[in-house]
Design a binder for this molecule. Structure first.
Ligand code: BGC
Length: 405
């Protein structure tokens, strides 16, 4: 038996985002979900609208205290939660005092339970007025966002232990402007994609600066979703080149642009890409897959962490999880990923925490309600939460700050 023990003061947590669990938000996503184009497409695919509309979500807007109790029951010491920008500025020039008051209560409720707060300011959703003005492609977008960040600093800043300015900017760029799967649903708009990317980088850097002006000791980051790319044939020059290109654009570009404006790196890890020399250039072995057909490849997190070492910053894993309704793989998934995280720590990578995605089953964006990522199931009619067996498994690990392998 090998004892896998994590460093003292390791952050154990779960991750959620505002839109995916709160319910009742009105933003560019909620607008798109019921747009006539979307309805038509769903109908064509024989899909029911209600399975693809966020609606009341998990009602966490009202049930946040219960959710924090669940987080406590897992013996976690931290929670990653989010703020919905559209609840603070539903109109461009009007501050929603109710929204501010709400999030104050949320943050207080987490602290009252001894949970450290990791707060995401932007997780892909935008106020409707912002998207109507061109979203992140608009040159004023950065100023609009800073206006919001400035208010959060003043009103809530003292209650935020770790800041996440942006969640996975590249997913917004790619799905919003290249694949078109997410609002604003632009396909192959490469120039716009570049503009949006640059504005997001600017927004991150400037937000970082104003947060630090008010709170010099603040811990600030944005999350990056990193994939482990490897060539299927180790000696194939073409595959190796493809790996380098993919790695550069997907893993390095955002971090290189923002590395001097990050106190820690917030890592989200889900994917391994085995690159082949023939189309479609990716062929994973897929020995075990999640309900979404995503390969489970825990070793990938180790490689990604080793790569991140060069940035010489502490790393917090802010998302890692799987869609697994029957809870067949979740416990093993957690254990295997943690083992590789531990291996990276032993080899000198400065890793400070692990947050499982997710506390609850939640609205999985364009894929709707079918994927179940939660340690807790949510009944979408009664909104009752029920622990999956892997919840107690994770709770034991958090309690013991490790496990035996
Ligand atoms: C996102 C989450 C999402 C999860 C699973 C992450 O990239 O931040 O919002 O639910 O992936 O797809």
């Amino acid at each position: 038996m090998q004892k896998i023990e994590f460093p003292e003061n390791f952050l154990w947590g779960t991750s959620t985002s505002a839109y995916q669990i709160e319910g009742g938000a009105k933003n560019d996503w909620s607008k798109w979900e019921v747009s006539s184009k979307r309805k038509e497409n769903l109908k064509k695919d024989n899909k029911k609208l209600e399975d693809y509309v966020c609606g009341d979500a998990c009602r966490s807007y009202f049930k946040y205290e219960e959710d924090f109790d669940l987080a406590k029951s897992l013996n976690t010491n931290s929670v990653r939660i989010g703020i919905e920008w559209a609840r603070i500025f539903s109109k461009k020039d009007l501050i929603d005092v109710k929204g501010i008051r709400h999030y104050k209560k949320v943050l207080d409720a987490a602290h009252a339970r001894g949970l450290k707060t990791v707060l995401t300011l932007w997780h892909w959703t935008n106020p409707i007025w912002f998207s109507e003005e061109g979203g992140w492609a608009n040159k004023k977008s950065v100023d609009y966002f800073l206006h919001y960040v400035d208010l959060i600093i003043q009103e809530l800043g003292g209650s935020i232990d770790y800041w996440v300015i942006l969640n996975e900017p590249l997913i917004h760029v790619f799905n919003g402007y290249i694949s078109g799967k997410f609002p604003p649903n632009k396909k192959l708009h490469f120039l716009k994609a570049l503009k949006v990317f640059n504005n997001l980088v600017k927004a991150h850097k400037k937000s970082y600066e104003i947060i630090h002006k008010h709170f010099p000791q603040a811990q600030v980051s944005s999350t990056a979703i990193l994939n482990y790319f490897e060539p299927a044939h180790k000696k194939c020059l073409f595959e190796k080149t493809l790996v380098k290109i993919a790695h550069y654009f997907w893993n390095e570009k955002f971090l290189n642009a923002t590395k001097n404006h990050m106190d820690y790196i917030g890592l989200d890890y889900y994917f391994h890409d085995r690159i082949v020399f023939y189309p479609p250039f990716r062929k994973n072995k897929n020995e075990i897959t999640t309900d979404l057909g995503w390969e489970i490849y825990p070793e990938g997190i180790y490689h990604v962490l080793k790569f991140l070492k060069k940035y010489k910053k502490p790393i917090i894993i802010l998302e890692n999880g799987l869609a697994d309704k029957e809870d067949k793989f979740r416990a093993q998934f957690i254990k295997d990923h943690l083992f590789f995280i531990y291996k990276a720590i032993k080899e000198g990578v400065d890793i400070r925490g692990y947050f499982h995605w997710s506390l609850l089953d939640n609205f999985e964006w364009a894929l709707g309600w079918a994927p179940k990522f939660g340690l807790f199931e949510v009944n979408l009619k009664s909104f009752e939460r029920k622990a999956r067996p892997s919840a107690s498994f994770y709770a034991e690990i958090c309690k013991n700050n490790g496990f035996e392998k």
